[in-house]
Design a protein around this ligand. Structure first.
Ligand code: ZN
Length: 278
């Protein structure tokens, strides 16, 4: 599933290509994927900006005739969603669910593809992020000043849940999923199944820093491409080459040589080094 670094990479790859372009038509091949809560026509919009919150991509659109207020497209990629920019109109595949026809210097197409079809696109009035339950409930961005060590410490100290489930909770910190969670816990030398309230002040501080480090590195390497994830131009990320534990079960720890283990924590496949992490 695309996590914060992957969605941020998609945003950065698409922004210079589609900002300012007109959406002349939106074709929907699978009705359940695009939810038009605004009940407005699916044409006559100009893409004004692309933003990201957590794992959500937000496309701000304004009306071409300026008569109506703006609107907002929210994309949640879930497991296997992709937004792909094309300069040639290709035949839609059975996994192409929505196609945006774009008109700028030259025609282009933006396809939403999704093999598992769990992803969703919402069309809402401008400011609609406050009405989208998933988006409205998001906690602070990990790379923003709003995510303070003090707040994080407070939450961790009060919980008996496994520390991994705290990090995966989008209300605690937005955009961290399984990959970056396992990597941050390894870097902080903390076992994923540890009860949150058993972490020392020093461990919480290490974890707070580790989350920011792996998210930054993930963005720097244009995301992690294991199976499905690609950016808006179909390009793969490179962070998979930097991974210390995620998807490395049975392989040697790059630090101590022990075998990387895999267990289930918080319902998710969880990778860790039994010697480096305590
Ligand atoms: Zn190790």
């Amino acid at each position: 599933m695309p996590e914060l670094p992957e969605v941020e990479t998609i945003r950065r790859s698409l922004l210079p290509l589609i900002k300012g372009q007109e959406i002349t038509k939106i074709e929907i091949f699978h009705k359940d994927v695009l939810i038009n809560e605004d009940q407005r026509p699916l044409q006559g919009w100009i893409i004004a900006d692309l933003r990201r919150r957590g794992k959500y991509l937000m496309i701000d659109i304004i009306s071409t005739d300026n008569k109506e207020t703006g609107a907002l497209l929210i994309v949640h990629f879930r497991m296997t969603g992709k937004l792909l920019y094309q300069t040639e109109q290709i035949k839609p595949s059975r996994h192409t669910h929505v196609r945006f026809h774009l008109e700028g210097d030259r025609p282009a197409w933006l396809d939403y593809e999704d093999v598992r079809r769990f992803g969703r696109i919402w069309l809402l009035p401008a400011g609609g992020e406050s009405k989208n339950a998933g988006l409205a409930g998001l906690g602070p961005e990990p790379l923003s000043k709003a995510w303070t060590l003090a707040d994080f410490q407070n939450i961790v100290n009060k919980s008996k849940a496994p520390i991994k489930s705290i990090l995966l909770n989008q209300k605690v910190v937005a955009g961290v999923g399984n990959i970056y969670c396992d990597e941050a816990l390894f870097r902080a030398k903390v076992l994923p199944a540890r009860k949150a309230d058993s972490l020392s002040t020093e461990e919480i501080k290490r974890l707070h820093e580790a989350v920011q480090y792996v998210i930054k590195e993930g963005i720097g390497h244009r995301g992690t491409s294991f199976r499905d994830y690609v950016d808006g131009l179909g390009g793969r990320g490179h962070f998979q080459q930097q991974l210390q534990v995620y998807q490395r079960a049975g392989e040697e720890c790059k630090i101590c040589g022990s075998e990387i283990a895999k267990v289930k924590v918080a319902g998710r496949g969880t990778h860790y080094c039994p010697r480096c992490q305590m």
